[in-house]
Each structure stands twice: as C-alpha cells, then as structure tokens.
Design a protein around this ligand. Structure first.
Ligand SMILES: Nc1ncnc2c1ncn2[C@@H]1O[C@H](COP(=O)(O)OP(=O)(O)O)[C@@H](O)[C@H]1O
Ligand SMILES: [Mg+2]
Length: 381
C-alpha cells in the first residue's frame, strides 16, 4: 500500500488538513474566537442596513493572525443581508502604478463583480435600473448600459473600459458611446458614483469593500503617493463630498471599507499622522473616524478548538466529521500553544508538521511527547 493509500484508508485524510495555511472561504467552518471583534464588525454591518453613513474599519494584526480570514468572515456576515453588496480586493501590487489614485479607483471598480450581481438580480432588472439613473449621469449610464449590451464584444469592451483594463481608441470610445476616456481620478469617481446609484436603484443600501494587505501601500509607492492613497480612502469616507459633479447622497448606497493592515502598517499610519500634524494632511481626519479592531494571539481554549476543528476535516470526502480523525490529548494542545504562541497560522503550521510525521509513523494518539519526537525527527531531516 502506498503512503497515500494508507493515509486515506486509516484516517480518511487524503492530505493533511493542516497543510493549507492560507485563508479560504472553506476555513470559515473552522472559525474560532474573535467574538469581541465580531461584535464590532456585526454592529457596523447592521448599521449599514439602517443608517445613512459611510464607515471605515481597520482589521489590524500581525502576520498570520487572521486578517484575510477575518475579511472573509466579514463578507460572509454581510452577505446574509440582502441590502449589502460586498466585494473583496487585495491592495498588493506587482507594479508601481503610474497613477496611484486612478489605479486604486479602478481596482475598486474592478472588484465589484457584475457577474455576481447578475446572479442575484436579473439582467432586465439591472438594465432598467441603469435607465433610471440616466437622468443624473450622462456618459456613465451609457457606458454602464453597454456593459449589458447584447453584443458580446461591446459588452466586454465596455467592462474593460470602466475597470481600466483597456486604453480605448477613438473608434472604441465611439463604440461604447462615450467621449471621455477615464484618465483622471475625478472621472473614475463619477463612474464609481454611477455604480453606487445603480446599486441603490437595485435595492441595496450599502457597498462593503474588504481591502486586504493595505500595508502594501508603504512598499508600493513613494511617501508623496502614499498620501494620495490615504486622501482617496478619506475621500471615499466622505463620498460623494469633493467630487465635481453634483450628486444626491440619498440616491446612492453607503460605502463601508474594511481594511486589513499589519501592526507595522498601522504604526506607520500613526507616524504619518504625526508627521502631518504641523502641515495637515488626510491621515488624521481619516484615523479620527475609523473604527479599529485588533487580532491578538489565540488563548488556549481557542487553540484547542482550532486543532479539533481542523482535525475533524475529512479531505477525502470534503466534510467535517463529528470528531477529530486522529485523537489528541491536552498535552498536545499545550505543546502546540507553546510552539505557536497562539498565532493561527503558526498553530496550523505546527500541527501540519506533527501530523505529517504522525501519519507516516501511524501514530494513534497525538500527545506532547510524540509531537516532540516527531518534530525533532523532522528537523533532523
Ligand atoms: N479566527 C480564526 N479561526 C480559525 N482559523 C483562522 C482564524 N483566523 C485565521 N485562521 C487561519 O489561520 C491562517 C492564517 O490566517 P490569515 O487570515 O491568512 O492571516 P493573515 O492574513 O493575518 O496573515 C489561515 O489558514 C486561516 O484559515
Ligand atoms: Mg493575509
């Protein structure tokens, strides 16, 4: 019997359930702890349904503490409401954008998934809603309606155009039916506003944007450009204040930003705030208004629960069993807690190491001693 066959047969584990150390929607089923933060997030989410107000929430945590997973959790909570449309985007960039503000706006627009919208609302409903907003928007409503054109090419062209993925030629602009390119931030904001109107007409009350790895801001661009981003986030908070066309706040959905940011990134924001103290800038007014939530290390009980939940995942069948596929005892929990210091990613890493070796040696109970031995052996290899 091959090793894998043995694992499958003995444990129903095709692979080690701890190997996957990346946050995924699937892992919401093994969610533990964070009750306090969840209370704050849920409060903001419920306000999004009832109040006319924008929101910015920071989800702060060191590497592996669960920022990405928490953003998934927030989206999952928000999606329970039919009044909130949510989207997820990552701030990380491979290239330095030549126009950071515009790039950011495009990324936001791009994250609003038209295909998903189409699954929730019917195409006809969307087309009708675009007609409804056309009196407030000229070009924007034309380009938006072309995003639902019957002609496949025009539809694709228009979608690439409003998400900044193509630089249209004159002919292409004519094909879409617009005159202006989206080459500055004000025009991009107009398009964004158009989408906010559209969502409102469709019956939504808020757009929730979960933006991950916001600290990339600091590696991506120069100090001056960082201010552009921060000013933009602040601008979104006050949206539609400061945008050139006259807009009716009542006709657009609220915006809620949930920003995942590392502890270092947050410290850096505070520094910028101090630097700005004398000269002014967007950071203080931004930080003044944000709600902050911080993810700390897990305590013992949650560590235990995370181990148990992950170990109950049967990868072969893709379901969560009632009890762990390999039993473990309390000394094992203590050991994992010591190794990981309560970082979810580290817990998962430690367990993965021990489990791999444990499966190989057909260990029937995981305890501190076996875990120590297995890990030592791993290190020697
Ligand atoms: N509250 C939680 N409950 C269960 N697992 C979690 C929790 N938070 C994070 N994890 C898991 O820990 C690992 C690291 O989380 P992740 O969100 O990627 O961290 P970060 O984005 O802060 O670096 C992922 O495998 C994720 O599924
Ligand atoms: Mg992450």
């Amino acid at each position: 019997m091959s090793k894998n066959q043995f694992i499958e047969k003995q444990y129903g584990l095709e692979k080690n359930p701890f190997l996957d150390r990346i946050a995924r929607e699937k892992w919401l089923q093994t969610w533990v702890n964070r009750e306090e933060q969840l209370r704050v997030w849920k409060r903001v989410i419920s306000e999004l349904e009832s109040e006319k107000r924008n929101n910015v929430v920071l989800v702060i945590g060191d590497y592996g503490m669960g920022k990405t997973q928490s953003l998934f959790k927030i989206i999952d909570e928000a999606n329970k409401s039919k009044y909130i449309f949510s989207s997820f985007l990552n701030f990380r960039g491979e290239q330095r954008p030549s126009n950071p503000g515009l790039d950011f706006m495009f990324r936001i627009i791009q994250s609003i998934d038209f295909n998903r919208l189409e699954k929730i609302k019917s195409k006809q409903e969307i087309i009708n809603s675009i007609t409804d907003i056309s009196s407030d928007f000229d070009e924007v409503s034309v380009a938006l309606s072309q995003c639902w054109s019957k002609d496949q090419y025009t539809r694709r062209l228009s979608r690439y155009f409003i998400t900044g993925q193509t630089k249209p030629t004159k002919t292409e602009l004519r094909e879409i039916g617009v005159i202006r390119k989206i080459d500055n931030i004000d025009i991009a904001k107009e398009y964004f506003a158009g989408i906010l109107y559209l969502l409102k007409t469709l019956g939504y009350k808020s757009l929730l944007l979960a933006i991950d790895e916001f600290e990339y801001l600091f590696s991506l661009v120069t100090r001056a450009q960082q201010s552009v981003y921060l000013a933009l986030v602040r601008g979104l908070f006050d949206f539609p204040l400061g945008i050139t066309v006259a807009l009716d706040v009542e006709k657009m959905v609220n915006i809620a930003l949930f920003l995942g940011i590392s502890e270092d990134g947050f410290r850096r924001l505070r520094e910028i705030e101090n630097e700005e103290a004398a000269v002014g800038g967007p950071t203080r007014p931004l930080l003044d208004r944000v709600t902050t939530t911080t993810l700390y290390a897990l305590e013992r009980q949650s560590t235990r629960l995370l181990i148990e939940k992950r170990l109950s995942y049967n990868r072969k069948s893709g379901v969560f069993e009632d009890k762990p596929l390999i039993p473990f005892d309390e000394t094992f929990v203590d050991y994992v807690l010591e190794l990981s210091r309560g970082s979810p990613r580290q817990i998962i890493w430690s367990c993965s190491q021990v489990l791999d070796a444990g499966i190989e040696h057909r260990v029937s109970l995981l305890d501190r001693e076996t875990a120590q031995e297995l890990l030592k052996e791993r290190e020697e290899v």
